[in-house]
Design a protein around this ligand. Structure first.
Ligand code: ADP
Ligand code: MG
Length: 617
């Protein structure tokens, strides 16, 4: 057995690459970064029937990834076989692919990991009295010894790509890798509520998720917003499939699709058609450009869905995609319309008009001053997309008297009506301290680590510092060709799918004109050779953001990505003088919206404020 371990069973006829390099290339298809390694290990634990899965990572997963499960474990013989290429206990023949429900089936993951990192597996099956520990190093034959341990499996992977600097350089900062790991963890936890999970990074416990009974409970355990009162779990069925959706009522929405997720047979997949089916279910219930909070879970007869089309099984090919999409959009659509109809008359009319739904009839009580909170309730914190686009819909307080009313009307009048007249321009507002150059602006401080609080004329403004800076940068970049930085060492980017590859091909010239230089570097691979100078700090992340951008116009997507990444962030502290200058320019913007379409500032006049506290104006 041992002599076989770690070797191919054949020699290639034309030997160009040393075998370890060839293995690594093959491994790269499955394992390209710590998050994909973690995904494979959690999948194995789930496939082994675990009821508890514990994950610990160090150094963003590049230093170490540890996954401990209480599943069925392996005996000595299986353990030795487990790290061989194409060794799997899950299928016997290609036909089994039609019926398998396991997450893994290619038998590649452990072999790939063994090729790329130091791997230690300790495992004990129910039938064996003692545990075994297998130790494997990329450069030497694996060893095995008896050890102590309870039933289940403990897999530790250390030093991913340590011996392969060419691959290592594609990894992001460890914090970014850690948040990708946490995202993978969340994807798995969301799909398996009956399993308890724990996630720790750098010794800190970030998630403890007890086993629970429903997808809804798990979604709520991972997301603080939108809160239990707004979240429903309708079911639907169709030919050969059934499903559930965990969704927030239309009172809660976002400007991006980050909380629109699709799971098919417990795998998180990227499926544009189903995502747009979800959007369609909410059609007419949300304001333009807004997206719902909706998690879709489909269980389908495995013979009607092929997962074997993507190395990471991130895509699925349905036998009949149209019928699934139809059930999702029309079934959930009528469920949602039922919810909306259940609402008292007057509120519905108001909400509909402005796209701001009042969720009060579901028993929630949102504070009146809830203007829209910064996102980030997702494990992993920062979104891979723009920090600026993580936002929540305003949830006005209960209507029908009370202070909520006043704020409610502010929301409707200001941020949701385009073309709010700018203030502080040459004419001034004509009242109070008007100077002819515009009202003097007083910077009062920063609130919530995000809003510049500014008084000017008879009004108080809350200016979103990120959105404001983003808009100003966007306008500057659109007006003149951005400064470009050539990369000393081009960065390799592998398209995530054929579709993405084709898309890059289609936009490559347009984005080159605004600084993103990409050259073909093989099938599905691109070399990033230059990028806007403002983005030099994290070229790979910038490219990723650009490709993930929901903006259809590639030039605009590239400029918006640049502006978003270069702009001051939430929590960045500005000097008073810089804050004042930013406020002055933000208030002078002819179109005070960020490139994603969000309002840059909120204005409250003296009259609004006085009315809100019931003073006579
Ligand atoms: P696959 O999951 O595609 O079968 P892997 O390389 O991930 O391939 O794993 C190879 C085999 O090792 C699995 O088929 C399974 O029998 C065994 N194995 C891996 N991880 C575990 C685990 N955590 N518990 C029990 N068995 C495992
Ligand atoms: Mg596997």
């Amino acid at each position: 057995m041992k002599t076989q371990l770690g070797l191919y069973g054949y020699m290639p006829r034309i030997q160009v690459l040393p075998p370890e390099t060839a293995r690594l290339i093959a491994a790269g298809e499955v394992i390209d970064r710590p998050a994909s390694l973690l995904r494979e290990l959690i999948d194995n634990a789930i496939d082994a029937g675990a009821s508890d899965i514990q994950v610990e990572i160090q150094g963003g997963g590049s230093t170490s990834v540890l996954v401990v499960d209480d599943g069925m474990g392996m005996d000595a013989e299986d353990l030795a076989l487990s790290i061989l290429p194409h060794a799997t206990s899950k299928i016997r023949s290609a036909d089994d692919l039609l019926t398998t429900r396991s997450l893994g089936f290619r038998g590649e993951a452990l072999a790939s990991i063994a090729a790329a990192a130091r791997l230690e597996i300790t495992s004990r099956s129910a039938e064996t009295p003692e545990a075994r520990k297998l130790v494997s190093r990329p450069e030497s034959a694996p060893t095995m010894e008896a050890t102590h341990g309870r039933q289940g499996t403990r897999v530790q992977v250390e030093g991913l790509f340590d011996n392969f600097p060419a691959r290592r350089q594609f990894l992001k900062r460890s914090q970014a890798e850690a948040s990708l790991c946490r995202q993978v963890f969340a994807d798995k936890a969301l799909a398996h509520p009956a399993i308890s999970f724990r996630f720790a990074s750098e010794g800190r416990n970030l998630d403890r998720l007890p086993a629970c009974e429903s997808f809804r409970e798990r979604v709520l355990a991972l997301h603080d917003d939108p809160g239990p009162a707004l979240v429903h779990e309708p079911r639907f069925t169709g030919q050969g499939f059934e499903g559930r959706a965990v969704l927030a009522s239309p009172a809660f929405y976002r400007a991006d699709r980050r909380f629109m997720q699709v799971f098919v047979n417990r795998r998180r997949i990227q499926d544009y058609s189903l995502i747009s089916g979800l959007d369609q279910a909410f059609d007419g219930l949300l304001p333009g450009g807004a997206h719902p909070f909706a998690f879709l879970y489909i269980e389908i007869d495995p013979s009607l869905a092929d997962f074997n089309i993507h190395p990471a099984k991130r895509e699925v090919r349905f036998r009949d995609p149209a019928s699934i999409r139809h059930v999702v959009s029309s079934g959930l659509g009528s469920f949602l319309r039922g919810l909306v109809r259940a609402r008292p008359e007057g509120q519905e009319a108001e909400g509909e008009k402005y796209g701001v739904k009042n969720g009060a009839q579901y028993g929630d009580s949102h504070p009146a001053l809830d203007f829209g909170r910064q996102g980030g309730s997702l494990p992993g914190g920062q979104s891979r997309g723009s920090g600026g686009s993580a936002w929540y819909a305003p949830l006005p307080g209960s209507s029908g008297g009370g202070p909520g009313q006043g704020w409610d009307s502010l929301l409707r009048e200001r941020p949701f009506s385009p073309g709010v007249p700018p203030m502080g321009t040459d004419t001034g507002t004509g009242t109070g301290t008007g100077t002819g150059q515009g009202d003097p602006i007083r910077y009062l401080g920063t609130a919530m680590e995000l809003f510049l609080v500014v008084e000017a004329g008879d009004s108080l403004y809350l200016i979103d510092q990120h959105a404001a800076h983003e808009r100003l940068l966007f306008d500057e970049l659109s007006a003149a060709r951005p400064a470009v930085q050539e990369l000393l060492v081009p960065i390799l980017y592998e398209a995530e799918s054929d579709a993405e590859d084709t898309r890059i091909e289609a936009i490559v010239e347009i984005i080159a004109a605004v600084g993103f230089g990409l050259e073909r570097a093989g099938e599905g691979a691109w070399a990033l050779t230059s990028l806007p100078a403002l983005l030099a700090a994290d070229p790979a992340g910038a490219l990723r953001d650009l490709l993930d951008s929901p903006e259809a116009d590639p030039r605009k997507a590239a400029l918006a990505t640049t502006a978003c990444r270069a702009a001051v962030k939430d929590g960045d502290r500005l000097e008073a003088a810089a804050a004042l200058e930013l406020a002055r320019r933000a208030l002078a913007l002819p179109e005070p919206r960020c490139p994603h379409g969000r309002p840059v500032w909120i204005r409250m006049t003296r009259g609004d404020l006085f009315r809100a506290v019931r003073r006579i104006v």
